[in-house]
Design a protein around this ligand. Structure first.
Ligand code: PEP
Ligand code: MN
Length: 372
């Protein structure tokens, strides 16, 4: 991205400005009936934790015969729930007609779902329908792990004049087995935050986990990583919910779960803490410097090896040596508490760079050894 326009956006909500109090959006996956939704809203308001009520009116179901939402008939039920509970309401929009209907009924905020964020045509259609209306818009990450699509959707909405923007991390589709319905791939929301530190970022543990027993762990992890809050689905009778039954929890369970979560702030004003933090960070800085110097030293030896192999007409890559490096380093790494996954990734990167350097040396056949 060429400009940093999103950096200028004021956070829609930041834990830092609310004394560490996270933003909590809750409500059922789908609005099922007037009674179901109003009762859920009342129970959630009673917890005293929820700031926004969510409810799906149009459901983007993967398979055609799943419950596809009650449709526009449910919008007045959401307004009833707002009046009964005092909580503002938000729903998912997937096209310009949805936007128009939500605005007509006075829905307070909108979100764009993961299956919509992937499609710039639809995101643009929604952005155009919102031109001139400054309503809060929450944008879920796309289903596929593509940071640019997520940023692109935020930019399209921002350029349409939306100033109250927030991002929702709901995990990513993946191949193969996982305990998660959608893998969190935390590095992607972290990259979003790194690119745009001011953006309000919340986590949706419900759609990441797909099952109740993992929700607390994921909600805590989001807090530990500095997210501003959560969107968590809640239903009075989760097992009989018309959509996403396995991941919904009752308002009481939600309340109990959140009581167990350690709330973390991005900063502390405590001076002793700040000094200690600086001292620990300076030790880390020193170690990082040493590591970088050592990697540089290793690469210079690699180049020397490249010259040696070139002069003997020996291949760069030798499988036995690579296997031996992997085995011996992994064993050593495990002894000092580093995971196999981490050390394997590190060695693979190192090996790639080492092969690149040696290839360069091989290709300098006629120029002789460079500065060693
Ligand atoms: C939802 O929030 O109910 C939903 C359909 O979410 P997602 O777009 O994350 O799948
Ligand atoms: Mn859902």
């Amino acid at each position: 991205m060429s400009d940093n326009s999103l950096q200028a956006i004021s956070p829609f909500y930041s834990k830092h400005d609310h004394r560490g109090q996270p933003l909590l959006i809750s409500g059922s996956c789908s609005v099922e009936s007037e009674q179901q939704y109003v009762q859920t809203a009342l129970a959630l308001a009673k917890t005293g934790r929820v700031q926004w009520l969510r409810g799906g009116i149009w459901k983007p179901r993967t398979r055609p015969d799943a419950f596809e939402g009650v449709g526009a008939i449910g919008l007045p039920w959401m307004i009833d729930a707002r009046e009964a509970s005092g909580l503002p309401v938000m729903t998912e929009v997937a096209n310009a007609d949805h936007v128009e209907l939500c605005l007509k009924h006075g829905i307070n905020a909108l979100w764009i779902g993961a299956r919509t964020t992937v499609n710039p045509f639809t995101v643009q259609e929604i952005a155009d329908a919102l031109r001139g209306v400054d309503i809060p818009v929450f944008i879920k990450n796309p289903v596929n792990p593509d940071l640019s699509l997520w940023l692109g959707a935020l930019e399209r909405l921002q350029r349409a004049g939306i100033t109250q923007l927030a991002a929702i991390h709901r995990g990513f589709s993946h191949l193969g087995d996982s305990i998660y319905r959608n893998k969190p791939m935390w590095e992607i929301p972290i990259a979003l935050r790194t690119a745009y530190p001011n953006i309000t970022l919340i986590c949706d543990p419900s759609h990441i986990c797909g099952r109740r027993d993992l929700l607390q762990r994921v909600a805590q992890k989001a807090m530990d990583l500095g997210f501003d809050g959560w969107m968590i689905e809640s239903h009075l009778d989760p097992d009989n919910a018309l959509s996403d039954a396995a991941q919904q929890i009752t308002p009481e369970t939600l309340n109990a779960m959140l009581s167990e979560i350690e709330i973390r702030s991005p900063h502390s004003d405590d001076l002793t803490f700040t000094h200690r933090l600086q001292s620990i960070r300076s030790r880390i800085d020193k170690v990082d410097e040493e590591i970088i110097h050592l990697i540089g030293k290793r690469m210079r030896i690699t180049e020397e090896l490249g010259h040696f192999k070139r002069d003997e007409s020996v291949t760069i890559f030798q499988i036995d040596r690579w296997k031996e490096i992997l085995e011996s380093r992994t064993m050593l790494a495990e002894q000092v508490g580093l995971s196999k996954e981490f050390i394997t990734q590190y060695l693979e990167q190192l090996h790639k760079e080492s092969i690149r350097k040696q290839t360069k040396v091989m290709n300098q056949r006629d120029s002789g050894p460079t500065s060693l």
